[in-house]
Design a protein around this ligand. Structure first.
Ligand SMILES: Nc1nc2c(c(=O)[nH]1)N[C@H]1C(S)=C(S)[C@@H](COP(=O)(O)OP(=O)(O)OC[C@H]3O[C@@H](n4cnc5c(=O)[nH]c(N)nc54)[C@H](O)[C@@H]3O)O[C@H]1N2
Ligand SMILES: Nc1nc2c(c(=O)[nH]1)N[C@H]1C(S)=C(S)[C@@H](COP(=O)(O)OP(=O)(O)OC[C@H]3O[C@@H](n4cnc5c(=O)[nH]c(N)nc54)[C@H](O)[C@@H]3O)O[C@H]1N2
Ligand code: SF4
Ligand SMILES: [Mo]
Length: 730
């Protein structure tokens, strides 16, 4: 029988709708679905991934059955086992470890937005472990935290026809966000009335659309933001009414920004002082103005909190907050939020008692979470990898002996990958749930076959910061013995006494339950593919029966330019640039310099099509188009270092080294940018994986949230001969 099914691609976080033609349970064709959000003809035409959904269903290298390790860890020898054997084996081992060491013995790792992670986190919560590592500290959380501290809630850019100026700060949606947002931005950038300012050390595809490109040295953005504030305050360009009624600590901020003149920032950031003035004036005067930020400033380590705080102040004093076309405070969701699905709040006390983040990162922990009045969202308590790895290595503060890895490849994408590797090698139990035998899966005891998008339902709710959820149904039942992530954690949970907490047999039913409070049924969701409430504005002005305005959900009820909360946690009232915490030791630098290596500043992980972190490197067509990882630098930097495009170079820090090919692009001088996540699926399995050069040491992380740096890193570099290989990586 031949039927057409509406389903979604999930090869990036945007979940474009596709229509699958299904014959006797097998998908035989796919085409874009123009009827469902987030559809855009040009996106589908330009995206090289959605057709892959069909190709990989029967992909030769997919994991199709549960695998159990035979031989030594990492030896690459597997036996096929049944699901019951695998799940009984895992549950039995976890039960034994919990009896011996307590519930904190189990840790988990997740990655980017590849699937719904709440089932794993519900499982972890019910098991009793707070050791859920993820990308919280370096992807998204820093902004969410500082928005919440300053405004009481998170904000999203609301780009509309009337938007007069957009700051695109440390994000490159032309490569990273193949979605409607980028299309909207591009259209806005082409409007002669709208000023588009891109702040990025690299001249990216996004920067090409800009009216003004500012290229700060990485990690100096806090000073730049303070200089914008300096211009706006000293030229009287702020929104007096909003400041007077709704901002707390304006006078303090005015004093605070005095030293941060454009000339000072020009020196620190390497940006022209006049350009700083121009950008600041546009943002303040071309209202409404919107601002979006990304990984570029989420991953700057020590400066992350003050940078975001300064940006929050910029939005607030210019009155670009919660008015149409500026930055709107997100709305709480009508459907159940992920944080609730994870059951975190119900188990706060128990989890808090075992939280390894306490007292190291006083905001990013259960106690920090409890201090903020109203919290949306998830991941605000996710465990710091350095602290959990430490527990794996030393048994302190208690032993962590088992690990579940879901939809991430930490041997390539977590920081300090040599250390991740060593810590994993010493564990008693590793379970990996993935599509492929990734380098991380090669170290597992059990590899469990995950059902891919179009084989499973999808539900994207952007972490619960808005009143929007979209996605849809599976096109077919999982092929072979693959299972949805939800089913795996449910079945494991039931084996470990959690049966009462998993009432829904399938992920479809769980999504239906999630949507029920919003009054939407599963059938309606599959049909429309979206639950959505339009944004509404100036919520702080809404009055109650006594005509009292709602205000902001902060301790003072106002926008806290000067924070009342952060000093209680050891932070600053006002944003101050932090001293960069250097990653290379003096001894390492000196030793390499004696051997002729040169010293540069390193950024990593600039997003590029067609790959996504460590994914799709097994796609032959992609590899033919983009065959190797590159190291970008300005032509001037290349010349100074003595390199030409195409040279093979080696970069190193004291936590690792990698080999890449030089490419020259317009970008800030003295800085290099390395692709990340690279591996060579076609090379025989070899435990010496590449790409290991960053560090997540807690000593070098930002002190409140625990953000480590992927962008303002110290590194050494030299030219090397010959093709890329593992041999030099030793
Ligand atoms: N193709 C592709 N798309 C992806 C991903 C992928 O791996 N590949 N990953 C997905 C994920 S997990 C995420 S989090 C998003 C991230 O999405 P984005 O945040 O848009 O990430 P990038 O595209 O790398 O853009 C970050 C930009 O910040 C700049 N930058 C680096 N350091 C600094 C700095 O100190 N200051 C400033 N101002 N800029 C700086 C970089 O040059 C880079 O151009 O992308 C998602 N989309
Ligand atoms: N140096 C450096 N490191 C970084 C970054 C950087 O910019 N520079 N960026 C950081 C950021 S922002 C992020 S988000 C991370 C991203 O890092 P990861 O998320 O770890 O990276 P991926 O390579 O995308 O790994 C995803 C894995 O999940 C599997 N997978 C995909 N879909 C599913 C699914 O539905 N179920 C299951 N079970 N498995 C699935 C894929 O096969 C793949 O092996 O990297 C971080 N690390
Ligand atoms: S943009 Fe993302 S979700 Fe959309 S088709 Fe491409 S890979 Fe799939
Ligand atoms: Mo990310």
């Amino acid at each position: 029988m031949r039927v057409e099914k509406r389903t979604n691609c999930h090869f990036c976080g945007y979940l474009c709708g596709v229509v699958a033609t299904v014959e006797d349970g097998r998908v035989v064709d796919l085409r874009p679905d123009p009827t469902r959000y987030p559809y855009d003809e040009r996106i589908m035409a330009g995206c090289r991934r959605w057709r892959m959904n069909l190709d990989v269903l029967d992909g030769e290298d997919r994991v199709n059955h549960p695998l159990h390790r035979v031989g030594q860890r990492g030896s690459g020898q597997w036996e096929r086992v049944s699901w019951d054997e695998a799940l009984d084996g895992i549950a039995g081992a976890l039960d034994g470890l919990r009896r011996e060491h307590g519930p904190g013995v189990l840790a988990s790792m997740i990655g980017g937005p590849h699937t719904s992670f709440w089932p794993l986190h519900r499982f972890m919560t019910l098991f009793g472990s707070p050791n859920n590592m993820g990308i919280g500290q370096i992807c998204w959380n820093p902004r969410i935290w500082m928005d919440v501290v300053t405004f009481g809630w998170t904000v999203e850019a609301d780009i509309r026809p009337e938007t007069g100026c957009v700051f695109v700060w440390g994000t490159n949606p032309a490569e990273s966000d193949n979605s409607l947002f980028w299309r909207t931005l591009l259209k806005t950038g082409r409007d002669p009335e709208t000023k588009l300012v891109v702040i990025d050390p690299r001249f990216t595809r996004t920067a090409r659309a800009a009216d003004l490109w500012l290229a700060p040295q990485p990690g100096t953005d806090c000073t730049l933001a303070l200089a914008f504030l300096n211009v706006i305050v000293s030229e009287g360009l702020y929104d007096r009414d909003f400041v007077e009624v709704w901002c707390h600590g304006f006078d303090e901020l005015v004093d605070h920004v005095q030293p941060y003149t454009p000339e000072h920032a020009a020196e620190v950031c390497g940006v022209d002082a006049e350009d700083i003035r121009t950008a600041a004036r546009w943002f303040a005067c071309a209202r409404p103005s919107a601002l979006v930020s990304g990984r570029g400033i989420d991953q700057v380590g020590a400066s992350v909190a003050p940078t975001h705080r300064a940006i929050c102040c910029l939005r607030a004093i210019t009155g670009n907050l919660d008015v149409p076309g500026s930055c709107v405070l997100a709305d709480a969701s009508d459907f159940i939020q992920e944080a609730d699905l994870e059951l975190t709040l119900e188990h706060m006390d128990e989890l808090s008692a075992r939280c390894t983040n306490t007292p190291y990162t006083p905001l990013q922990c259960y106690e920090g979470y409890a201090k903020v009045e109203e919290l949306p969202v998830r991941y605000l308590t996710s465990a710091h990898p350095d602290l959990v790895l430490h527990a794996m290595e030393t048994g302190q503060p208690y032993p962590v002996r088992a690990l579940i890895v879901e939809a991430t490849n930490p041997l390539l994408t977590y920081a300090d990958t040599h250390r991740v590797y060593r810590a994993l090698k010493g564990l008693d139990l590793i379970v990996v749930l993935d599509y492929y035998l990734t380098p991380t899966a090669q170290l597992a005891d059990y590899v469990l076959p995950a059902a891919g998008a179009i084989e499973r339902p999808t539900f994207q709710a952007h972490g619960g910061v808005g009143n929007i959820a979209y996605g849809g149904a599976a096109a077919c039942a999982p092929y072979y013995e693959r299972k949805t992530d939800y089913e795996v954690f449910r079945e494991l949970g039931i084996r470990l006494g959690q049966q009462d907490e998993w009432p829904d047999a399938t992920f479809e039913e769980a999504i239906a339950r999630t949507l029920a409070p919003a009054g939407m049924t599963w059938e309606q969701y599959c049909d429309t593919g979206i639950y959505f409430r339009a944004p509404w504005y100036q919520k702080h002005e809404m009055t109650d029966e006594q005509m009292r305005p709602a205000g902001f959900a902060t301790t003072t009820g106002k926008v806290e330019l000067a924070s009342e909360l952060l000093p209680k946690l050891g932070g600053d009232r006002l944003p101050k640039p932090a001293t960069p915490r250097m990653l290379c030791s003096d001894a390492f630098v000196a030793a390499r310099q004696r051997e002729g290596w040169q010293h540069v500043k390193l950024m990593t992980g600039g997003r590029k099509q067609p790959y996504n972190a460590s994914m799709y490197l097994n796609n032959a067509a992609f590899r033919a188009a983009v065959p190797e990882p590159v190291l970008e630098m300005s032509p001037r930097t290349a010349e100074e270092l003595g390199f030409v495009a195409g040279d093979t170079v080696q970069i190193a820090s004291d936590s690792g080294t990698a080999l890449l090919k030089v490419a020259t692009i317009p970008m800030a001088d003295g800085v290099v940018q390395a692709d990340y996540g690279w591996w060579h699926p076609e090379w025989p399995w070899d435990e010496r994986e590449g790409g290991m050069w960053t560090s997540c040491s807690i000593d070098q992380s930002e002190p409140l949230i625990g953000t480590w740096s992927y962008n303002a890193i110290d590194c050494m570099i030299r030219k090397t001969e010959g093709p890329l290989s593992w041999d030099e990586l030793g």
